[in-house]
Design a protein around this ligand. Sequence first.
Ligand SMILES: [Zn+2]
Length: 186
Amino acid sequence: MNPICCPHCGGLSAYYIRPDGQFQCPECGDLLDHRDIDLDGTDVWGVSGNGILSIVTDPAHSLDCLMEAIEEFITADECPNAEYARLHSMRSVTESLAEYTDARRLGIKRPEFGYTEESVRTAANAGAEMVLGEINLGEPEEDAINLVVNAAITILINPGASFAEMVEENYGESADEIRSWWGWSK
Ligand SMILES: [Zn+2]
C-alpha cells in the first residue's frame, strides 16, 4: 500500500483524512477531495488505520492474479525450466496475496463472486412482475406465482428450508393457513 503524498510541498507528506471527509496535507495544508484522487487502472484508494490516504491494488484484481499464479504453479512441469516456473509462480502468489491483504486491511470490500442475493431477488421479482403484467391472471394464480418467487429466494439463502419454514419467514402464517388460500390439502 502506498500513501498518497502532496505534490505541492516536496512530495514527502502524505494526505490524512479530516473529520469532514476531505484529505489534507499536514505540511502545507493543501486540501484534496476524494473525487480528485488520481488512480491507475487497477488501483483503488482507502484510508489506513492511522488516517493516511493510501492507494492499493483492487482486491478483485489481486485475486485474479493469485488464481493465475496458482494455475502457473500447477502447470510448472510443462515449462522447459520447471524449477524456475515454480519459483516464479510462488513469488506471484506471495505478491498477490500481500496486495489482497493490504486492500482488505484498508477496508476495501472483498469482491463478489457470481450473482449476489440482491441481484437474484431483483430478477425473480421482476420475472414475476413481467408475467403478471402480460397475462391476466386471477388473484389465486398471482399469489401462487409470488409464493414460488419467495420459495426460490428462501432456498437460495437456506438450501435446506422446508415449505413451513419458507411460509413462516415470508408470510408469518402457518403452512396450513397458506394451503387454505387455495383450498389445498396435503
Ligand atoms: Zn503539501
